[in-house]
Ligand binder design. Structure first.
Ligand code: ATP
Ligand SMILES: Nc1ccn([C@@H]2O[C@H](COP(=O)(O)O)[C@@H](O)[C@H]2O)c(=O)n1
Length: 234
């Protein structure tokens, strides 16, 4: 991890498999630290949604490259929520379906998509004071991030958490189906050629299988504050 502290603070990278708690923890940690949070998965989801609408297949690299050349993705803070805009349209809800999640896993494996979003993500985070969550933040996007976490939990527990979330939204998926989809998405993300999901050698691993959100938050906050204090001392 880097020793430098940037203009607005450090860069925190949170990577890990689907349903590990990255989004929840990123939002809470950002609020505690007064940092910006960037959900890079939402950016890949926006690409997948726009590709689906345009009828571009998940393996059509030329089509995806063309889409990414003109696609503008931005985040707008809306009170506690953060809206995702694709070419100015609020797609926050539409990108959150399981169907788009699986399509995203296929689209995000393509080189032109990764290259386009890598440039955007580096530009968004370069000044620091930021927490980025995803699959390759600590390994590819910001390998020099000052603090890196790899957040995981058993596939059963991650599937159970996702199932409860879906059930609360009125979705009829069963627990078994939900666990199977979580495992399928992990396999795709870990097995791809470009920027696969993996733990950075210098990341702090946290297994949240039997930890509450507050317990994970406490571990993360203390590690980041320790790093910030170290940077300020020189
Ligand atoms: N430690 C925890 N204990 C219990 N529930 C948790 C814990 N961490 C997260 N959750 C719950 O698990 C669900 C998934 O969490 P979250 O969306 O933050 O995961 P994620 O890693 O961002 O997933 P994805 O990569 O698929 O977007 C949420 O309903 C969240 O409230
Ligand atoms: N840095 C990232 C972030 C995400 N992905 C891909 O997007 C999918 C959806 O991500 P969520 O975090 O919103 O679930 C994910 O399954 C990955 O395929 C990525 O490749 N790199």
């Amino acid at each position: 991890m880097s020793d430098t502290v940037r203009e607005n603070g450090v860069i925190v990278a949170i990577d890990g498999p689907s349903g590990a708690g990255k989004s929840s923890l990123t939002k809470l940690l950002a609020r505690r630290l007064g940092y910006i949070h960037i959900d890079t998965g939402a950016m890949f989801r926006a690409v997948a949604l726009m590709a689906k609408r345009a009828g571009i297949a998940a393996d059509d690299d030329a089509g995806l490259a063309g889409l990414c050349r003109t696609l503008e993705i931005s985040f707008v803070r809306d009170g506690e929520a953060c809206r995702v805009l694709a070419n100015g349209e609020d797609v926050s809800r539409e990108i959150r379906t399981e169907e788009i999640g699986l399509l995203t896993s296929a689209v995000s494996a393509r080189k032109p998509v990764r290259a386009a979003l890598l440039t955007m993500q580096r530009a968004m985070g370069a000044k620091g004071g930021v927490i980025l969550e995803g699959r390759d933040i600590g390994t590819v996007v910001f390998p020099d991030a000052e603090v890196k976490f790899f957040l995981s939990a058993s596939a059963e527990e991650r599937g159970r958490r996702r199932y409860l979330e879906l059930a609360a939204r009125g979705d009829s998926a069963t627990l078994e189906e939900t666990i199977a989809k979580v495992i399928q998405r992990d396999r795709q993300d870990e097995g791809r050629e470009h920027a696969p999901l993996k733990q950075a050698a210098d990341a702090l691993p946290i297994d949240s299988t039997s930890l509450s959100i507050d317990e994970v938050l406490a571990v993360m906050e203390s590690a980041v504050r320790e790093r910030i204090a170290k940077g300020e001392k020189g």
